[in-house]
Design a protein around this ligand. Structure first.
Ligand SMILES: [Fe+2]
Ligand SMILES: [Fe+2]
Length: 135
């Protein structure tokens, strides 16, 4: 069973964003699977790298929408993105340097890292962007 299961309560009501969030959830699930299957460090590092890269892409996409549509809380949201990206990169580096393993703790952290941001912050910009015609 997947580690994080998509459900309607995660939806922000914008298809393009939901699709990207689904992909992020998929990448955390890939990492969970790789860990459970006892994959090699190289494989785990690659999956982790993919998650960090796609996170950057997704944040940049949201931030470009904020600029395009003049979202008032842009600064605070971007600050959160910077912090979240730093945390994910930190975990990946700790793993690569052998300082930490990918553990259940890592996965629980990434679950909260992703879902709390979507529920707590992404949902706040949704009404503004929907009103501007973003789908
Ligand atoms: Fe997001
Ligand atoms: Fe966001």
């Amino acid at each position: 069973m997947a580690f994080i299961v998509w459900n309607p309560s995660i939806s922000v009501g914008i298809d393009s964003i939901d699709a990207q969030h689904k992909k992020l959830i998929g990448l955390v699930n890939d990492l969970a699977d790789a860990m459970k299957d006892g994959k090699s460090k190289e494989v785990l590092a690659k999956v982790f790298g993919g998650l960090v890269e796609y996170t950057k892409e997704h944040f940049a996409f949201e931030e470009s929408l904020f600029r395009q549509h003049g979202y008032g809380d842009k600064e605070e949201h971007v600050r959160q993105h910077t912090e979240l990206a730093k945390q994910a990169l930190g975990l990946k580096k700790d793993f690569e340097s052998g300082k930490a393993a990918v553990s259940m703790e890592t996965l629980k952290f990434l679950n909260a890292w992703l879902i709390d941001h979507i529920q707590g912050s992404d949902k706040k910009y949704a009404p503004h962007l929907i009103q501007k015609g973003v789908r």
